[in-house]
Design a binder for this molecule. Structure first.
Ligand SMILES: [Zn+2]
Length: 633
């Protein structure tokens, strides 16, 4: 590594060779350290799946069901033979609807089967009282991934054109005539256009406390004269419901103007188009390929997955937690689980120390922050419990008269019934939000809990073969990143029990808000090679990266073999990524994480230790003047 290059662009200096030689797989929009680990796990799990298929008798009941489903997903001869017939059950349900009153009658059934309707409910923890679960209500997603695309005329024309072209091909494969296809798509787009002005942008969605808008039953009734929303809510949870949490007030205020019998033809076409896209994955090989075409075009992915991979994921996506538990127990195990837990607690300890030594918080706020840290729950490797609905699944094969759509609807029904039954119940905080075999980690603000699945606990994040400083720059920083989410602009609003509760003194909160603004300014408008970073969209993740990196550095300094260069290099290494132009641009619009190159470079530039270690000078690319540095945690 040349010194000059280090000072100019550290990310490229560290990852230059990799960036040159890494190949983006044809069926992926990008390749990254995350994805490389993922591909390794994918291979392990696909090999395991074939092995299990040859000898299923030793498997537990849920894995047996997984294999039974897999045998259906991979039987493309049968799928092609059945054609679009399995979709008729859904199409008939939609075709029978001719008015909002028909939709009211069918709504519960459609919701339980996860057949797309233009709006819907889900049960989640109450932000105000995390010990209870309540009903949230919102509109369905738009066809394009962000509202900003609709406000840029040329981009809109291009993407709606792409959507129309790919959806036309798909609907023709479903057997609709050319005339029907044109009508369906123009109606569906007309309905989508009605939702655009009342849908939040990705930037607005990133502030998730603003999703929490309680409206009383009376108020909801006042706003929804054309459709009895409250009675649907009550039917779904089998109880009386006194309020809904509205995720987007603009939509409910426009509800009676958009959800009308005059618009019903548009709504119906929207439902046919949305569900044709959604359920394409369960039909013939041609249809599943056509069903993914728009998403592939949006992300610059060259080709569809092979049949083999597709069939694996179709079954795995349903049983991810079951397969993931096996993965975690087998490839990670209880000893590693304890080992990594110790490391997380070490990071929490360093964090606590940093908060005690913090110079911009008053003692009262520090005490509360430390309380939040000391009650933080740590989950590592694999969960102690799985969602109970897997036990209720019953997979019926083709020979037993079933097909993939029928199976999906019946599994949806079991899952959704379980979900709606959680209404007004205490949450089970042992259930994880992702499988143990997923290369990721998360902080849950409503549970004040961090989760590190087994899959991420591998090289280059963590390995016994790596030096301690490398591990601190990798997994240590990831751990502290997740801890920092407890104190980012979203997490800071929740208390140690996971409820929305302001534990800050006024002056401290003002100081924090100003620091968050500085963080926005630090990233906003910075060029990435594919467009500018949006500082507001990425602020929570940038705060977490910054806090994570500083805490991990401190932990590394305490280690006797501490080596700054190894630490910095591994931090830059874990963010290596090579992506298609389309995907890079899409992420800039919708991803709350900073662009990879800035996660590496800007976060390091923002550290005095980095500037000093490499003697960064004013004209160097990695230079950041001290007065622009933002240190929060
Ligand atoms: Zn994060």
């Amino acid at each position: 590594m040349e010194k000059e290059q280090i000072r100019e662009n550290f990310y490229e200096a560290v990852n230059g060779e990799w960036l040159k030689s890494a190949k983006i797989p044809g069926d992926q929009p990008a390749v990254s350290a995350f994805l490389e680990l993922h591909l390794g796990i994918e291979k392990t799990l696909m090999d395991l799946t074939s092995k299990w298929e040859n000898n299923p008798s030793d498997l537990n009941d849920n894995l047996k069901k997984y294999i039974k489903l897999y045998q259906m997903t991979k039987d493309f001869d049968k799928r092609d033979e059945l054609g679009t017939k399995p979709f008729e059950i859904i199409l008939n349900k939609i075709n029978q609807l001719n008015s909002l009153s028909d939709l009211e009658k069918a709504f519960k059934d459609l919701t339980l089967e996860s057949i797309d309707t233009p709006f819907g409910f889900n049960v989640m923890q109450d932000f105000m009282n995390s010990d209870n679960q309540i009903l949230y209500f919102g509109a369905s997603d738009l066809f394009l991934p962000d509202t900003s695309y609709y406000h840029d005329e040329s981009k809109k024309k291009q993407l709606i054109g792409l959507f129309t072209m790919t959806t036309t091909q798909l609907l023709k494969l479903y057997g609709f005539s050319e005339k029907e296809v044109d009508q369906l798509i123009s109606d569906a787009l007309a309905f989508d256009a009605l939702l655009v002005p009342v849908t939040k942008s990705s930037v607005e969605k990133a502030d998730y406390v603003k999703m929490y808008n309680p409206l009383s039953k009376d108020k909801v009734n006042e706003l929804t004269n054309n459709f009895n929303l409250m009675s649907q809510a009550e039917a779904l949870v089998n109880q009386s419901v006194d309020q809904l949490i509205i995720t987007n007030l603009d939509f409910i205020h426009a509800f009676d103007k958009i959800i009308t019998d005059d618009n019903f033809a548009l709504i119906k076409s929207w439902m046919i188009v949305s569900n044709a896209i959604k359920f394409a994955s369960d039909l013939t090989n041609d249809i599943r390929i056509a069903g993914g075409a728009f998403r592939r075009a949006l992300s610059g992915t060259k080709e569809a997955q092979s049949k083999e991979k597709y069939a694996f994921y179709q079954a795995y996506n349903r049983f991810g937690q079951v397969v993931g538990l096996h993965y975690g127990e087998t490839y990670f195990g209880p000893i590693a689980k304890e080992d990594v837990k110790i490391m997380v607690h070490e990071m929490i300890g360093v964090y606590q120390e940093r908060i005690s030594n913090n110079t911009w918080l008053k003692e009262d706020t520090k005490e509360k922050a430390i309380k939040k840290l000391s009650t933080l729950k740590v989950h590592v490797g694999y969960p102690d419990e799985l969602p109970p609905y897997f036990d209720k699944f019953e997979i019926k094969s083709y020979d037993e008269g079933s097909n993939l759509i029928q199976e999906r609807l019946s599994m949806n029904k079991i899952i959704n019934t379980h979900e709606f039954n959680k209404y007004n119940q205490k949450p089970n905080r042992n259930i994880w939000g992702m499988p143990a075999s997923m290369v990721n980690a998360y902080y849950s603000p409503t549970n004040n809990q961090i989760v590190f699945p087994a899959a991420i606990l591998q090289e280059p994040y963590y390995s016994l073969e790596q030096t301690p400083s490398e591990n601190y720059g990798g997994i240590g920083a990831v751990m502290a990143h997740e801890i920092s989410h407890a104190f980012d602009n979203n997490g800071a609003k929740f208390d140690e029990t996971g409820s929305l509760n302001n534990w800050w003194t006024k002056a401290d909160l003002d100081a924090f808000d100003n620091k968050a603004k500085d963080m926005i300014a630090l990233f906003d408008g910075v060029e990435t090679g594919f467009g500018e970073c949006n500082g507001e969209l990425t602020v929570s993740e940038n705060i977490a990266d910054s806090g994570g990196l500083r805490c991990a550095l401190e932990a590394s300094k305490k280690n006797k073999s501490h080596n700054l260069e190894e630490f910095f290099k591994n931090w830059a290494r874990v963010w290596r990524m090579k992506a298609s132009e389309e995907y890079s641009q899409l992420l800039l619009k919708v991803d709350v994480h900073g662009p990879s190159i800035l996660r590496a470079n800007m976060q390091l530039s923002n550290l005095e230790e980095f500037q000093d270690y490499y003697h960064i000078k004013k004209n160097d690319g990695m230079y950041l003047p001290k007065e622009k540095m933002v240190s929060i945690w």
